[in-house]
Design a protein around this ligand. Structure first.
Ligand code: C2E
Ligand code: MG
Ligand code: MG
Length: 626
């Protein structure tokens, strides 16, 4: 069962009606078909005329079989009923006799060829001698009758019958020619349609959209009042649906989204699917961003009610970017890119919302591009470095481990924090190389502390791993090779992953998790409570511990209920058999409360900020000396 088959057909019709281009196409098609019909009629009338003239009869005709039984008559004194009511031939039974016979039916007097009660009708129709033949198309099925009718009884000789047969055959080629032309036209129309439409949703595709955008731009240049808006719509977390329900379900969702979006439009607007989970809208005659914003709100609320996909309720939302026409550069590609940039901003600001493009976004995009280019060279230019933040035992106060936190020493911008460049690295794929660099650098650092401080050195180093790294198939292999080459003990590495790992390929992530743990690497969930997963879901992931996000910890001192919440979370984590670690501990009071709640390890400014390795040296030296 699919959801799509349950959709009321009425909605299908609405969505068709909202596509003016469809109507135009149909009309154009009909006109063309009419022109062809005209050509066929002329050709078949000519065939009839030739038959009438050469047999010297007042009328002859070609009667098409099929629903409409159109008749094309010719001759000097054509029987008037022939064109008006060719069905008469069937009612008196003559046509049927022709149809049943493999040979031409030649009747000296048609009255003898019909049933008794038909003879009068034959008289009144003015049929004397009758000659009829059935003609078949290339595939063998009968397609027409050709008849010659004399007013008086008539003896047909062999030559006449043979000649008549040849003339009738020429009708076949005319009809076949028309069929082939109609079919060729249909295929051509189909190809043209396919080139401009998305196969899945039937909506206009990118090519078609850009074309319409170009027209709209030209109109707006001629008449200032023809201003318009472009909306770029991107579904939020579409990947989750694809990954959890499969691609077919993802397709169903896209079709339903297309349907809902088109339900929000006026007939002059265009909705297109650009590809993947990206849609675009062209809103004509929109003058103010606020008009476009209202449409964006309508679109978002249309998506709000859940969709039933594969028997499951799926919730979806979209981030929307709006660009208005009327700037100096209204080239379609630029408008689309502006709307895309605004959409990007909507995502950055928390998704399920819309943003209107302003030129500052373009500046910001250029800035990102420059950062991206700089970041590509950062590794080889030795601009990346690691700071380390101690993980302390709440019972002894000793440093048990350190977390490696990356920084980028930019030549112009100074020290850049990870949240400003890790997302760029993730988007551009640089995260693979950077992640590997962090891992090897941190392992080397730990070895050097071990050399210098022996037992006082941190027992392990904790490393943040991006979900994108988990999507690399060879992560576990890389790690294992590195450990071998550094002769490094895997249990001294702890990976921190975040809940957004659920948004990547979850199967692959689970496999990698399993492989890492088989290597002996421990894995912790970082920033718990800020993401998507519930504690029960976490119970299914093979983890060693969970870091409780500082947003919980920071409010412990001020709010008793908040403190109780943290206590509950810590108990739940322990009940799952996992180790809780508190992040962002800033006061002694928080540290004490956490210890009382059964949390053994913590990090936070109250113990130490993340610092360069040589400051950790100092810390270790002091504690070793104590
Ligand atoms: P995180 O892994 O949750 O790291 C903790 C962040 O909280 C660090 O910010 C740290 O400086 C800060 N922090 C620690 N204690 C306190 C405290 O008591 N109070 C407050 N207000 N903040 C505290 P940082 O270094 O800017 O790192 C931010 C995030 O960047 C990290 O969050 C982590 O998700 C990511 N990150 C850092 N290094 C890497 C890396 O090498 N690879 C990847 N993929 N991500 C990294
Ligand atoms: Mg971390
Ligand atoms: Mg954290």
């Amino acid at each position: 069962m699919t959801v799509l088959s349950q959709m009321p057909s009425q909605r299908n019709e609405t969505s068709l009606k909202t596509r003016p281009a469809g109507a135009e196409r149909l009309r154009a098609g009909a006109e063309r078909a009419h022109g062809l019909d005209g050509a066929l009629a002329a050709a078949l009338e000519r065939v009839a005329r030739i038959a009438a003239t050469s047999l010297r009869v007042p009328s002859a005709a070609v009667v098409l079989l099929g629903q409409d039984r159109r008749c094309f008559a010719g001759g000097d004194e054509t029987h008037p009923w022939l064109s008006r009511d060719p069905g008469a031939l069937f009612r008196i039974g003559l046509a049927n006799r022709v149809l049943e016979s493999d040979q031409p039916l030649a009747l000296t007097d048609a009255r003898t060829g019909v049933a008794d009660d038909g003879a009068d009708t034959v008289d009144s129709l003015g049929i004397g001698g009758f000659l009829g033949i059935r003609v078949a198309g290339t595939s063998g099925e009968p397609i027409a009758l050709v008849v010659a009718i004399d007013a008086a009884p008539r003896n047909w000789n062999r030559d006449e019958i043979e000649h008549f047969t040849e003339i009738a055959a020429s009708a076949v080629s005319e009809i076949e020619l028309q069929r082939r032309t109609v079919e060729a036209e249909r295929i051509e129309r189909q190809l043209r349609y396919d080139a401009l439409h998305d196969g899945l949703t039937g909506l206009p595709n990118r090519t078609c959209f850009v074309e319409r955008l170009r027209h709209a731009g030209e109109r707006a240049r001629r008449h200032a009042e023809d201003s318009f808006a472009v909306l770029f719509v991107d579904l939020d977390h579409f990947k989750v649906v694809n990954d959890s329900f499969g691609h077919l379900a993802g397709d169903e969702l896209l079709v339903e989204v297309g349907r809902r979006l088109s339900g929000c439009l006026r007939s002059v607007d265009t909705l297109a699917r650009l590809g993947g989970d990206e849609f675009a809208l062209l809103l004509e005659e929109v003058h103010e961003p606020s008009d476009a914003a209202r449409v964006a709100e309508r679109l978002q609320s249309a998506l709000r009610s859940p969709m039933t996909i594969r028997d499951s309720e799926v919730f979806t939302s979209a981030s929307i970017g709006i660009a208005m026409s009327g700037r100096a550069d209204d080239a379609p590609q630029h408008l689309l890119r502006s709307a895309d940039l605004a959409m990007y901003r909507a995502k950055e600001h928390g998704r399920s919302r819309f943003e209107v493009f302003d030129p500052a976004m373009h500046t910001a995009a250029m800035e990102r591009l420059r950062m991206e280019m700089d970041l590509r060279r950062a590794i080889e230019r030795n601009q990346l470095l690691l700071h380390y933040q101690p993980v302390v035992s709440l019972s002894t106060g000793g440093v048990v481990a350190v977390e490696a936190l990356i920084r980028w020493q930019h030549p112009d911008r100074g020290l850049i924090p990870p949240l400003e460049f890790i997302p760029i690295a993730e988007r551009t794929g640089l995260i693979g190389d950077i992640g590997y660099w962090v891992l090897s650098r941190a392992c080397e650092q730990l070895k050097s502390w071990e050399r210098d401080f022996g037992y006082a050195a941190p027992q392990s180093v904790w490393i943040n791993v991006s979900p994108k790294q988990f999507a690399q198939r060879d992560l576990a292999d890389q790690v294992s090779e590195l450990f071998t080459s550094l002769s490094f003990e895997p249990r001294r590495i702890k990976f921190e992953i975040t809940e957004s790992i659920m948004l990547e390929d979850i199967e692959l992530a689970m496999r990698t998790l399993g492989e890492l743990r088989r290597l002996g690497v421990q894995v912790f969930m970082d920033d718990f409570g800020t993401g998507y997963s519930s504690l029960t879901y976490l119970g299914r992931l093979p983890l060693d511990g969970i870091k409780v996000d500082r947003s919980f910890v920071s409010q412990m001192g001020t709010d008793i209920r908040q403190a109780q919440l943290v206590g509950t979370i810590i108990t739940l984590i322990r009940n799952l058999g996992l180790e809780p670690i508190a992040e962002g501990v800033e006061t002694d009071q928080q540290a004490r409360l956490l210890r009382e709640m059964g949390c053994a390890f913590a990090q936070g400014f109250v113990f130490s900020r993340p610092v360069p390795p040589r400051e950790i040296d100092e810390l270790l030296r002091n504690s070793a000396g104590r």
